[in-house]
Design a protein around this ligand. Structure first.
Ligand SMILES: [Zn+2]
Ligand SMILES: [Zn+2]
Length: 171
């Protein structure tokens, strides 16, 4: 069975027409080629609107990817703490925990920190040589100033924490 395209007038097989449930035969009046040509012409004539809709879709995807990545990181962190312990291995504090590479980052070109480290440990099956530390104890290793945890603390807050860290270092 063939159908005549309302636009180009050619008789075409039914599979050359897109579905359109509101029509009696469930297909569009114009053939696929005419629809595609029209879409292409429209896109060429309206580059801004094409770009805008592309950007919108991209933004939505990026958002979902961010949420997904956050969930993945959260699970990895939890798994690391389950393995290395839910308290600081120096002072036993249970807040602001992170994973510490025993022996430190000096000279280690593959040094990882934060989420990157959690994910790596999870992939490697939680190797030895790591421990749970609180940020304060970890700060003793010289990492305090740059850590995201201290962003927004203000200089006084950071200095306060550095003072505490130095007390540990020089006691
Ligand atoms: Zn046509
Ligand atoms: Zn601690």
């Amino acid at each position: 069975m063939k159908k005549k395209c309302s636009k180009c007038g050619q008789e075409k097989e039914l599979d050359q027409f897109y579905h359109y449930p509101r029509n009696k035969d469930g297909l569009r009046f114009d053939c696929k080629k005419c629809v595609d040509d029209y879409a292409r012409t429209w896109a060429k004539a309206n580059p801004d609107r094409v770009k805008a809709s592309w950007r919108k879709r991209h933004k939505k995807n990026a958002e979902q990817e961010r949420l997904y990545a956050r969930r993945v990181r959260k699970i990895a962190r939890q798994a690391c703490l389950d393995h290395y312990g839910h308290k600081c291995s120096l002072c036993e504090s249970k807040s602001y925990l992170c994973i510490d590479h025993i022996g430190g980052k000096n000279g280690d070109s593959k040094y990882r920190e934060g989420a990157e480290l959690w994910l790596w440990l999870q992939r490697k099956g939680f190797p030895d040589g790591f421990r749970t530390l609180c940020m304060r104890c970890n700060g003793v290793d010289g990492f305090l100033r740059n850590h995201p945890l201290f962003h927004g603390l203000g200089i006084d807050g950071v200095l306060e924490r550095i003072k505490i860290a130095e007390m540990y270092l020089y006691k």
